[in-house]
Design a protein around this ligand. Sequence first.
Ligand code: G1P
Length: 278
Amino acid sequence: MINKCLFPAAGYGTRFLPATKATPKEMLPILTKPLIQYGVEEAMDAAIFSMAIVTGRGKRAIEDHFDISYELEHQLEGKPDKEALLQDIRNIINKCTFSYTRQKQMLGLGHAILTGETLIGNEPFGVILADDLCFCEQKSVLAQMVEVYRKYQCCVVAIEEIDKNQTHKYGIIEGKYIDDTNDILRVSSMVEKPDPKEAPSNLAIIGRYILTPEIFDILRKTKPGRGGEIQITDALNTLAKEGKVVAYKFKGKRFDCGSVDGFVEATKFFYDLYKNRG
Ligand code: G1P
């Protein structure tokens, strides 16, 4: 069973300056909902109710968001139309627990995940990078991955096919299909942000992982890689070589909300969805 989900949320969000100067990038809204709330709802759809968030300086708004605001509750009391606006977040606060730890230095995604060890302990867990916003009507991407984990009992990375000239932006996997529908591969190796010329495929890892706790010991030993940062891709590569990683072509859509283009695309998509539902 997967009971916890880790949210690395310490990054600066420099691509969104000045908006992210005093506001965490995870709190930027698509329509009226902050990115990280979409992530939390995705985890809940996978029956995960324990959220572990790795924050950093200047990220306190995230904690306040997932807490009761007595002032606001008081203000809106007896105004049903206004109260309805808080319904979703109230439901989240009632059902989930949130725990936080701070990453003191930005030493990479692998380091952020290792920082979360104190919140996760010795059990498999999900990881959501909130700026990769995923949408699937039937079943959230993390819920789909939990099913894959149940079957294979090893680390799972979500992947999608990308243009070959974009490989320098992603972790790229190499592997062989192991299911009938060609949705799941046994990963033999993976590499962080290779040049298109050196990329082993066009299958890119997106910001969704299910990790087994042995990753923590590996991360402790993982040397800084691409960009001088401790990369989760490098740590996972160690497990991939032992046949302990599968890659899953998820169903649904993914928006790169870490870029302005992806953010606008997501906004348009969710706006259309909202309008069509009336
Ligand atoms: C991170 C990972 C990369 C992965 C990507 C997905 O990179 O290091 O392997 O493909 O997330 O969004 P970042 O986008 O943080 O540079």
